[in-house]
Design a protein around this ligand. Structure first.
Ligand code: GDP
Ligand code: MN
Length: 354
């Protein structure tokens, strides 16, 4: 689950990490109780807002209303904000890049940092990044390297790293990216922007996760944002087996998704709509064993969803169980083949996944 900036910053503040004074703007008529100049920021779950016009500096209250309206109506990478964040404008001396992330390949947490943060961070030479494994015991050493990289006094960096590491692990984060980490003209370290992704799989131990923008979905896990095969199954066991089968075929699963027992038109649509977040999908595998669920209901739901989501990649459907024949009739009428084994789905997916 990707948090919005203001939600991520609340978690930073709870971990004693410096963030700008700010206020969430919920409606077009909300006005921030902050001193000008104010920075107004669109709250969309994507980056590149600055470049897309989603970060506006407002000098006085003459422009305020118009700019609030403008930002609410400005789509960023196709996404409209439901809230905005207003913050005190910081006097920036320097912008750094700092992030922590789970590295699945080495089963560790890594720290990645660069002395030139901000909206052009991707333009930095890859050799200039500090990229080291981090854990609680090595924080003082990592802070020393960061001190050299950032040319900044050591003590605030050591406590920042302890606090960031705690925020990361306590919240079961997969990613915590601060860009820019700002040094103000008065020498304070403040997190100017924060992207945070939490691990949905650990939702069971987080009754504290009550975020406004996205109902927490315990049955959906992003496995790889660059994955090429999406999966939908009913039941956690079948969903895991489906993901494993994709891996065993040498393909990259994008997600785990258990749509549960009572799959309806609406939740099949929502499941397929969710998968649009993956930009490299080649195929979607649907693997349903229908007991209480009915195959024909699933088939009809997929047909309806496909009509509403014309840009989906090919869907390969394995159905078995209740009302199988009715489902075959529905799918055949739409020229959609019904497959009876997961193997067949994998064969078809492998054909398009070149
Ligand atoms: P992003 O483009 O989605 O990453 O949005 P950011 O929140 O990182 O903002 C982009 C850029 O706007 C930052 O790198 C800063 O240069 C600028 N910016 C954001 N907040 C402030 C602020 O409080 N003061 C000043 N001077 N610039 C800011
Ligand atoms: Mn940023």
């Amino acid at each position: 689950m990707k948090l919005l900036e203001y939600e991520a910053k609340q978690l930073l503040a709870q971990a004693q990490i410096g963030i700008p004074r700010g206020q969430v703007i919920y409606t077009r008529t909300d006005t921030p109780q902050l001193d000008f100049p104010v920075v107004l920021k669109s709250q969309v779950p994507t980056g590149g807002r600055g470049k897309a016009g989603g970060v506006v500096i407002i000098e006085d209250d003459k422009q305020l209303e118009a700019d609030i309206r403008k930002l609410f109506n400005l789509p960023i990478q196709g996404l409209l904000p439901t809230v905005l964040l207003a913050e005190e404008k910081l006097a920036i001396q320097k912008e750094y890049y700092l992030s922590l992330l789970v590295d699945r390949a080495t089963a560790s947490i890594r720290l990645v940092a660069h002395p030139n943060g901000g909206v052009e961070v991707e333009a930095n030479d890859t050799d200039g990044f500090l990229n080291v494994e981090i854990n609680h015991d090595v924080i003082p050493e990592v802070a020393e390297r960061l001190q050299t990289l950032f040319a900044y006094p050591p003590d605030p960096l050591v406590s920042l790293l302890y606090n960031l590491f705690a925020a990361f692990t306590k919240n079961d984060a997969l990613l915590l990216e601060i860009n820019p980490l700002i040094i103000t003209k008065t020498g304070q370290l403040v997190c100017g922007d924060c992207k945070m992704e939490l691990d949905n799989a650990s939702a069971f131990r987080h009754p504290d996760w009550q975020f406004e923008h996205e109902p927490l979905d315990r049955n959906y896990v992003v496995l790889n944002p660059n994955g090429t095969i999406a999966t939908i199954a009913n039941g956690a066991g079948l969903a895991m087996a489906t993901v494993d089968a994709v891996v065993a075929r040498g393909m990259t699963p994008a997600n785990f998704l258990d749509i549960g027992g009572g799959a309806t038109t609406e939740n099949v649509y929502e499941a397929l709509a969710k998968l649009q977040e993956f930009f490299h999908l080649e195929a979607i595998i649907v693997n349903i064993f229908a007991g209480i669920t009915r195959c024909d209901q699933i088939a009809q739901a997929i047909i309806d969803a496909q009509a509403r989501l014309p840009h989906l990649p090919p869907i390969f459907i394995r159905l078995a169980g209740t009302n199988f024949e009715e489902a075959v009739a529905l799918l055949t009428a739409k020229n959609i083949p019904t497959l009876t084994t997961l193997e067949e789905c994998l064969d078809k997916a492998a054909e398009v996944n070149k």
